[in-house]
Write a protein that binds this ligand. Structure first.
Ligand code: GAL
Length: 379
């Protein structure tokens, strides 16, 4: 008898997943353990849902140092709280001189599913090994499975030789007349005017536009857009991708020229696009910026930061510092629920940067608001 009870218990235990977790709420700014009990190492990331499972892709960052030693990590979950480490989705290579050679920098990966090709497509910010942040490229990779392995396809700077779709012939002429050698110093009022007129846009016309902090947005009509910090992080650009999401159609516009916006995140509600970005202060937090538009092509209107209310209980936790965070993605859950995903960067140990997920609320006029919560339930 005792033996048979023991056998039953043993049998039951063998069906219990070893990685069973029991996280029942979101706790912004706290260590978030995966199925192995390790803090989720997926920073600057984004999430997709595919066949009832969520996949969270992000930067696998080292405990010490700033370069990419592993690649892009992917986690899976059914409930958005308990995450299983699915391993490396896109791995760095050991090949010397390769675009994604170990020691490069891969940041802000975003994966989208392309219905047309049936492939998972990953875009990410790529900096070449040993070149600091000078390369300013976007990498493309694809996979047949959401957990990879992704195959690196190529890296590039977008839209070489192409002017923004809303630039008139006259504006092109004016941009072509802006020359950075005419400006001894950056940041002077005249220099700023030249930036707005397209001095760096013109400078980079031949090799393509710089592409650093980024996200990818799939619109309700299935079209995909790459939104990225360009022109030396001074101007955001939104560029349409081809039907297979692997290239550009050449249609693009600039958002807030000279506004120095990074870390773009975007969602659409009631036909209106909302873009939340950060300023450019590296790993240090700053006050978020928000824009709205009725068309992805603009015009974009700037609003005050959506962060409001009481400070978060950690360093730089004030609403005026975006609660110490920098956004990375806005996860839509249905038509009217949106989760703002962000990182609290820890430059001493990037792997241990903390995740902050907060629900986006809306004022009576539809303006998004983000308030701090120590913990909250997703449903
Ligand atoms: C931040 C950016 C991060 C990373 C960092 C490097 O501004 O959002 O993704 O590039 O700078 O200093």
């Amino acid at each position: 008898m005792i033996k048979s009870i023991f056998t039953v218990i043993l049998a039951a235990a063998s069906f219990m997943p070893i990685e069973a977790q029991n996280i029942t709420e979101i706790t912004p700014g706290k260590v978030w353990a995966d199925n192995n009990g390790k803090h989720i190492n997926a920073h600057g990331g984004g999430i997709i849902e595919y066949n009832g499972t969520y996949y969270w892709y992000g930067e696998n960052r080292p405990e010490k140092g700033f370069t990419t030693e592993v690649g892009v990590e992917v986690f899976s979950s059914k409930d958005l709280m308990n995450w299983k480490d699915e391993g490396v989705a896109l791995a760095v290579t050991e090949k010397e001189g390769d675009d994604i050679e170990r020691g490069c920098i891969m940041e802000r990966p975003k994966v989208v599913y392309c219905k047309k090709t049936g492939k998972f497509v990953m875009l990410f910010h790529l900096e070449l090994k040993g070149k600091g942040y000078a390369a300013a490229r976007v990498g493309f990779a694809e996979s047949d499975s959401p957990t990879g392995p992704f195959r690196f396809v190529r890296s590039l700077r977008p839209n070489a030789g192409i002017w923004p779709k809303d630039f008139s012939k006259k504006q092109i002429k004016i941009a072509q007349a802006q020359n950075q050698n005419d400006y001894k110093d950056w940041w002077t009022p005249e220099w700023r005017v030249a930036i707005e007129k397209g001095m760096f846009l013109n400078r980079d016309m031949k090799g393509g536009q710089m592409s650093r902090d980024m996200t990818v947005y799939i619109d309700s009509d299935g079209k995909a857009y790459h939104i990225f910090s360009s022109e030396d992080n001074l101007t955001l650009q939104v560029a349409e991708l081809t039907d297979d999401f692997m290239d550009y159609t050449g249609k693009y516009v600039r958002i807030a020229p000279g506004g120095q916006n990074e870390a773009p995140t975007i969602f659409k509600r009631n036909g209106k696009y909302w873009l939340i970005a950060s300023g450019c202060t590296g790993w240090a937090p700053n006050e978020a910026r928000m824009f709205s538009a009725k068309s992805i092509w603009g015009p974009w209107t700037q609003h005050p930061s959506p962060f409001e209310g009481e400070a978060a209980p950690h360093k730089d936790g004030g609403a005026n510092k975006s609660f110490g965070t920098q956004g990375t993605y806005i996860l839509p859950l249905g038509n009217d629920k949106f989760v703002f995903m962000a990182d609290i960067w820890n430059p001493q140990s990037l792997a241990n940067s903390l995740h902050v997920w907060l629900p986006i609320d809306f004022k009576a006029d539809g303006t998004p608001v983000i308030r701090w919560k120590n913990s909250w339930k997703l449903n």
